[in-house]
Ligand binder design. Structure first.
Ligand code: PBG
Length: 335
């Protein structure tokens, strides 16, 4: 392979610095670009609060009221953000997560309002899981012995998918890592006249320590055990490709890798392997890590934000879910 720019044998090495010498040259030759349209902003909406509630471990992120969410959604739209990913925190939790598919459940009300307010832009994505809605905090229903029970959970996911589509979600995004979840949701949506509603599968979702702050935000920490029996084991890479292939075979329209920064290799392998849109989720712990270091004056915050987002796009993700979506869009329009 030619490295380009050789000096005709004299002095015999490539001058890579030529194309780095001015900001304009660097911009012209940049291989990866960030755009607001590629960002999805995850948002939390909580039932029964009058004011937004700050999340201590995620400075700048809040649990929204319905009203503050509407405002935030308009801001995101103005900033040109591609989508919103909605998470609901219900007033009441129970063993089966009833509020997830209740028509008057908080996330479904929020979806209705945002869809009425904003129409088709940005794209409204509904995270489909039960952990925010169950009193035990697991992503599915559990047996008396405390095991997350795969197949009965699929029936719950099917009901939630229909409720979310009915409420106005443009995209259903199952994140519970149950086997067969995409097939169950596809069948349910098709049977309820939502055959045009796409599924973005959280296909390769790892059991990660980087979800810590999210559990404060979504109030969905497991009350016993952890998620290692359903989410993927961090040492595994080939398994991610199997999960992705399986979700596509079951009818997923797009796939996600999560978390992002500690799994850039997985993003690359998935992006190389498939011909559907690939998203990556820059999770709460990735956000908190940069915010905490920046708050201590240890790193340049804005530079680090844009660098992490660039790395995730460079690895092969077309879409990045990031809590910095709106801020990053503003940084880009300023640059
Ligand atoms: C719930 C869900 C989680 C996240 C997104 N959806 C948490 C978990 O699996 O425990 C994590 C997002 C983040 O950390 O920002 N299924």
């Amino acid at each position: 392979m030619s490295s380009g720019g050789l000096d005709g044998g004299n002095p015999g090495f490539a001058r890579g610095r030529r194309l780095r010498s001015t900001p304009a040259l660097r911009r012209l030759t940049a291989q990866t670009r960030l755009a607001a349209a590629d960002f999805v902003l995850p948002v939390f909406v909580k039932q029964g609060i009058d004011e937004p509630v700050a999340i201590g471990s995620m400075p700048g992120v809040v649990q929204h009221t319905l009203d503050s969410l509407r405002k935030a959604a308009h801001e995101a739209a103005e900033a040109g953000i591609g989508g919103l990913m909605l998470f609901g925190i219900p007033g009441e939790k129970d063993p089966v997560g009833s509020q997830a598919d209740a028509a008057d459940g908080i996330v479904n009300v929020a979806l209705q309002q945002l869809r009425a307010d904003l129409g088709d832009e940005p794209v409204l994505m509904a995270d489909l899981c039960l952990c925010e809605y169950t009193d035990h905090g697991h992503c599915g229903v559990v047996t008396p012995a405390g095991v997350v029970d795969n197949d009965p959970t699929l029936d719950r996911y099917a009901a939630v998918a229909i409720a979310q589509a009915q409420a106005g979600a443009h995209v259903i995004a199952p994140s519970g890592m149950m086997d067969g979840q995409v097939a169950a949701i596809r069948k349910a949506l098709d049977g309820a006249a939502y055959s045009e509603t796409p599924i973005l599968a959280y296909a390769a979702k790892y059991a990660s320590g980087f979800y810590g702050p999210f559990r404060e935000a979504a109030e969905g920490a497991p009350q016993f055990g952890d998620r290692s029996t359903y989410q993927m084991d961090p040492p595994n890479a080939d398994e991610a490709l199997r999960e992705v292939a399986q979700d596509l075979a079951e009818g997923a329209d797009a796939v996600m890798v999560k978390p992002a920064l500690p799994y850039l290799d997985i993003i690359t392998r998935v992006a190389d392997a498939v011909h559907v849109p690939v998203s990556a989720y820059q999770v709460s712990g990735e956000y908190a890590m940069v915010e905490a270091a920046a708050a201590n004056g240890w790193i340049d915050r804005e530079r680090a934000i844009l660098e992490t987002l660039t790395a995730i796009r460079r690895a092969g993700a077309g879409t990045v879910l990031t809590y910095w979506a709106v801020e990053a869009a503003r940084l880009l329009s300023r640059a």
